[in-house]
Design a protein. Structure first.
Length: 335
């Protein structure tokens, strides 16, 4: 077993998942302002430190994706954020792309940037204690989209990123996110997501990326948020499994889903059904941002000094998702 493969298996061990706490300062500012909290470096750190020091981290969270600001911050107990995460028994990770920009040649689509200077940045993050990284490609669905240009360009960038990350002895999370914004049906989401994932693996193989040492972070197969024909949770699970079975090489050890705008309960319920029906060798877990943090953030905003209460809510959410990653969740357990 390679060192990278053993990191993947430890991150996703026994239903553990990944906390995506890599919101950029702009995104975090929106989240905090939505609950009437001023977005200062201190407040951003305070909320994240509250989550990272929760007891649920040890039991349910195998990895935490950080943002550039956060990985360099010092906690109230005067230790570094990656040290705190490691002490809780979890792996620190880092988002390394520099965001999605307009794709030249297709103005309604995005290409993720950040390859320039990436090798040097990775060495720096490795010294800070990062064991894995994240890069997100985004694709929107419409009659013309995602275009061949968008699918090819983003797959190429994800593969180049992954090769550089493995060269630096870290695990790359490969995140091709087909957005749920739009009027498209679940069937269209299935077709487009399959195309996107297959092209990503073509490029990863071309770039000699060790597939045993990556984590795939895909979207679930869902109808667009403006589509009138929604499908049942069972159909979401079955279509998602079918897509991954047909598109992902068997060497890939683990898949950690993004929540992609689903509510906390919806994301958990769908993950649970995916695992109930899972007849593959893939570990199927979660890498949620909002779907792990939203309730805790709302509670915390009422009294930012109530650390215990906030942690209790976060612990419960993390526990529910880990049960779902084991196919053992039920609605009754939510209360």
């Amino acid at each position: 077993m390679s060192e990278l493969n053993s990191i993947v298996l430890k991150i996703l061990n026994k239903g553990k998942g990944i906390l995506a706490a890599d919101e950029s300062t702009a995104t975090m500012t929106k989240r905090l302002e939505s609950v009437k909290i001023q977005s200062t470096a201190e407040n951003r750190l305070s909320f994240r430190e509250t989550l990272f020091s929760a007891s649920g981290m040890t039991e349910y969270i195998g990895g935490v994706i950080l943002y550039d600001e956060t990985i360099k911050q010092i906690t109230s107990k005067k230790n570094k954020i990656p040290e705190l995460i490691s002490e809780m028994g979890s792996f620190p990770g880092i988002k390394v792309d520099t965001g999605a920009k307009v794709l030249a040649g297709s103005p309604n689509e995005k290409i993720t940037e950040g390859l320039d200077g990436l090798r040097e940045r990775l060495k720096e993050y490795y010294k800070f204690g990062a064991k894995f990284t994240k890069w997100r490609g985004v694709y929107n669905i419409s009659k013309e989209h995602p275009s061949k240009l968008s699918i090819q360009s983003n797959a190429h960038a994800l593969a180049r990123y992954s090769a550089l990350v493995q060269e630096c002895n870290m695990v790359p999370i490969v995140e091709p996110e087909v957005l749920m914004d739009g009027e498209h049906s679940a069937k269209e989401c299935f077709v487009k997501t399959s195309e996107v994932i297959k092209k990503c693996f073509e490029e990863l193989i071309l770039h000699k990326v060790d597939l045993k040492g990556i984590i795939l972070k895909p979207n679930m197969i869902l109808a667009g948020n403006k589509c009138k024909d929604k499908i049942s949770n069972e159909e979401v699970a079955k279509l998602t499994l079918k897509c991954l079975k047909e598109s992902v090489p068997s060497e890939v050890p683990g898949i950690a889903f993004l929540s992609g705008g689903q509510s906390e309960i919806e994301a958990t319920e769908n993950l649970n059904l995916i695992n109930k029906f899972n007849n593959t060798n893939f570990i199927m877990s979660y890498s949620f941002g909002r779907a792990l943090q939203q309730s805790a953030l709302k509670f915390w905003s009422q009294d930012i000094k109530n650390i215990d209460g906030t942690q209790k809510i976060f612990n419960q959410r993390a526990k529910m998702n880990t049960l779902a990653a084991l196919g053992k969740w039920s609605k009754e357990l939510e209360n």
